[in-house]
Write a protein that binds this ligand. Structure first.
Ligand code: ARG
Length: 577
């Protein structure tokens, strides 16, 4: 149930029948206690337009809107707000409906085709922390879109092409000539890259050889392509290890790397020239963008082909746009990269729209994110100042989680700890990232993310296990949804209402590509549950059947909602903690 949407449509109907068709319907959740659960604040705007008293208009709307059975009270407040108090009976009914539906009574939306470009590591090197954010934020957004019913096409735009491969292939060839096998030579890509770079900079003749390989590769030389393919395969396998550890849904089928557009780059340039969009400037092909002119009115320059004829990141992205919006028919394209690429995507979009690669009704949304910082507020680095490999970071998370579990005074067996440490450690890393507003930088801090207090994964995972254990203690299985729900108490109501606002949170996350909205929602749900659990006894002697049954069902709704929410975030749950 999308409560907000439901109320909006009721108010829209009322406005319509009062003759205010097409009026905006500003209506939102109310967070101030005592002012209702939702608030409509459109009366003031209407009154201004009609030069009437806003409280009178509000009163008219209040008299017309049909919320019988949904709201138990409506009131006009202040300058003309309408406060909406939802009825306990309606919330009880909605709780039962949500419980008995596998989708928690969340209807699928009108399906859009949505292309999501995320993760996209550069295969010449090992995956590092910069790709962590893209990978997990993108994957969470993908899962929210799929849950809401959209057709999502994942596109892992891996950096698998470019001049640095000349150097890498030349080095690999030499190693193979010395009877080394590719797998072991490339077991550490970071080391391999470093070795190749040293040779490139210092060894006579090697740089020429590297350049020769670039030419051969681009010319489609069979043997060179084979060598490249084996390099790429091994590097993709490295990424897949990381995806597995991270519990993200990307597979090899989602790989659509830069090389996949290679055959189309010349076509793109020819097309841009023919349409009069690209023109020659000092031997290069460029597009002038008056839309992004500087202070002096000088248009920005977007280079699409270098003077020697070489292609660029921009050329590949234009080919990608054409493929996605054209061939794949994307109604919406989302791209997750760090904020430093914002200008590139803005320019790409302008050029792509000029060239009609994206139609007016198609959305193209670059979703930038900030940097991961160390405790010193500087970009996250190893102690010696190197880039942190993602695998190492994830392994450390699991180790730390294990230590934490061993130090807790609980009766966990070795087997339990073994199965929990990954869920706890990886969950903590992912949640710490996902719960921050995507666009800002954030400080990566082991201690806070692994804490059982506050807005963390362990806190929510723990609340999840509580909701389950009560049910188990009551001797019921987790499919028991037959009890009648009768909400009577304040904390029952706030818990039910919040649990039923799941879709409200999901819709915002899906629209703005902001997983932190779902995180905040789940954190609040967990916190409300803990308060409810302390104040409302369930299995104690003296609790009425009516209260007990209602409360058990509220535990179950919380359980299912937390579980579903964490699954969308790609965070695993445990039965016991
Ligand atoms: N490989 C790029 C990087 O690591 C990200 C690619 C993002 N997608 C794109 N269509 N350009 O920065």
């Amino acid at each position: 149930m999308h409560i907000q949407q439901k109320l909006i449509s009721k108010f829209a109907e009322a406005l319509n029948s009062l003759g205010f068709a097409d009026a905006a319907v500003p209506l939102a959740k109310n967070t101030r206690a005592g002012f209702g659960d939702y608030q409509f604040n459109g009366a003031m705007g209407l009154a201004k337009k009609l030069k009437q008293n806003p409280r009178d208009i509000a009163q008219q709307i209040l008299g017309t809107v049909e919320l019988d059975g949904i709201a138990e009270k409506l009131e006009v407040a202040g300058p003309g707000f309408i406060n909406i108090f939802l009825s306990n009976k309606w919330l009880s009914e909605q709780t039962m409906l949500a419980l008995t539906d596998a989708r928690l009574n969340i209807q699928k939306k009108v399906e859009q085709t949505i292309v999501v470009d995320y993760s996209a590591p550069n295969l010449a090197k090992e995956m590092h922390v910069g790709h962590l954010r893209s990978t997990i934020i993108g994957d969470a957004v993908v899962k929210s879109l799929e849950f809401l019913g959209h057709k999502v096409i994942r596109q892992n735009h891996m950096g698998d092409w470019g001049t640095q491969f000349g150097m890498l292939l030349a080095h690999l060839q030499d190693k193979l000539a010395k009877n080394e096998v590719a797998e072991s030579a490339l077991s550490d890509l970071e080391d391999f890259y470093r070795e190749a770079k040293v040779r490139f900079d210092e060894e006579t003749g090697f740089a020429d050889k590297a350049r020769e390989y670039v030419v051969k590769l681009q010319g489609g030389d069979e043997q060179c392509l084979q060598l490249w393919q084996s390099f790429i395969d091994i590097s993709i396998a490295h990424s897949e290890d990381v995806y597995k550890k991270l519990n993200v849904s990307l597979t090899r089928d989602d790989v659509m790397g830069e090389s996949a557009y290679n055959h189309d780059l010349a076509n793109v340039i020819a097309d841009l020239k023919e349409k009069g969009i690209a023109q020659e400037d000092q031997g290069a092909q460029v597009v002038f963008l008056p839309e992004l002119a500087d202070k002096n009115g000088k248009p920005a320059v977007y280079i699409v082909q270098k003077s020697g004829g070489g292609y660029l990141y921009s050329t590949t992205d234009l080919a990608a746009v054409r493929h996605r919006s054209g061939y794949l028919g994307a109604d919406r394209t989302l791209i997750f990269t760090d904020a430093r690429q914002a200008l590139h995507f803005k320019q790409t979009e302008i050029v792509a729209r000029k060239a009609a690669y994206i139609k007016a009704e198609q959305e193209y949304q670059h979703c930038p994110f900030g940097m991961m910082l160390g405790k010193d507020n500087k970009p996250f680095k190893t102690r010696t100042g190197g880039t942190v490999k993602l695998v190492d970071l994830l392994d450390e998370a699991v180790e730390r989680a294990e230590k934490l579990l061993l130090n807790r005074e609980s009766s966990l067996s070795e087997i339990q700890i073994e199965s929990m440490k990954t869920k706890l450690g990886i969950g903590a890393v992912k949640y710490a990232d996902l719960s921050k507003n995507r666009t800002t930088d954030y400080v990566f801090d082991w201690d806070t993310m692994l804490s059982f207090e506050g807005n963390t994964a362990p806190y929510i995972q723990y609340a999840f296990t509580r909701t389950r254990s009560i049910f188990v203690k009551a001797g019921l299985d987790l499919n028991h949804t037959e009890f009648q729900v009768n909400i009577d108490h304040e904390l029952e109501k706030s818990l039910a209402l919040h649990a039923l606002q799941f879709q409200d949170a999901l819709e915002i996350m899906a629209k703005d590509a902001t997983p932190h909205v779902l995180c905040t929602y789940l954190y609040e749900l967990a916190a409300l549950f803990m308060r409810f659990y302390e104040a409302c006894p369930i299995l104690m002697a003296g609790v009425s059947e009516r209260d007990k049954e209602t409360r058990l069902q509220l535990c179950l709704l919380t359980n299912k909602t937390l579980g579903k929410g964490l699954t969308i975030l790609g965070i695993e749950t445990m039965d016991k903690m």
